[in-house]
Design a protein around this ligand. Sequence first.
Ligand SMILES: *Cc1c(COP(=O)(O)O)cnc(C)c1O
Length: 366
Amino acid sequence: MPDASKPTDLPREPSAELSPATLAVTAGREPRIPGGQVGSPLLLTSTFHAGGTDVYARESNPTWVAFEEALGSLEGGLATAFASGLAAADAALSLAPVGGVVVAPESAYGGVVATLRERAARGSLEVRFVDIVDTDAVISACEGADLLWLESPTNPLLAVADLPRLADAAREKGVLTVCDNTFATPLLQRPLELGIDLVVHSATKYLAGHSDVILGACVSADDSLTERLRAHRTLRGAIPGPMETWLALRGMRTLALRVERAGRSAAELAARLAGHPAVERVRYPGFGAMVSIEVRGGAEGADRVCAATRLWVHSTSLGAVESQLERRRRIPIEPEVVPENLIRLSVGIEDVEDLWRDLEQALAAA
Ligand SMILES: *Cc1c(COP(=O)(O)O)cnc(C)c1O
């Protein structure tokens, strides 16, 4: 670090009083040293000269630190970046003891549900699947459990869990709570403030936001949990690439603008879709930019709609600047409670009238 000039008195970690939209821009910046860089460094090295705090790049990389500071300050905890959302989920699940009991949504991100099923089949975890909307049933299932896995809103049914009540009840029973906050983003929901112990993100989605990165993260306000997660990352090697981390941080700088714009368009499109004759049901939680619709004509009708769009991109994944759609059950591991004719819409930042015109012409194919 250069020490010739003293940093200004502005701390590297901006005040917690700043609003999340500002923190998305300012958190994780380099110190304000005259002549110092404004942009974040992208450090491509596998090792460091001996004698410093960074030793080997499977253990630490300053590029991770900038991303982790930014995400941590948005969620209100310490973030730990991982190679993917699923690697972050795997790290979070490693906090449950071997053979421990996990309570989890019967419908959530397919990869997480598949991971849980696979572990249950191997006997490394016992899993109790629940409907997360049924708060009382979730609380009863927590009796004698080790970890409560939540995702809210869920992918792709957009079910919303009562996070504060579940967090309280789980804490009373000594159950660790995890919430996948990928769909809401920390701009719309901060689970740690609601009493949840650990937040998981697929940073691949809204945080990075440009369909060019696979990355994940965990965030906790409990230092002992963070220590265990970082030990897991180092020892299992589930580390993020510096390039991916740097791109995700760059994407996060515009998170507030993207979430605001996409959210406004999603509310408008959800209202219009509810009145469309080819749409049997609209699922929209009232916030965020994800909308799921069930269309006439079953799986085939839904496939025809997905094939007919010109502007909307027919692809898996979500949370990007471009609008995407997909019939989720085309993915073999998708839980069977997801209807065959359900199309998940990830509303992007294009002009809302262009998006509507394209959807209308595609829905004519249902
Ligand atoms: C995509 C996704 C994941 C998995 O993240 P990857 O980055 O693809 O590994 C986890 N949870 C949710 C809600 C997701 O949408």
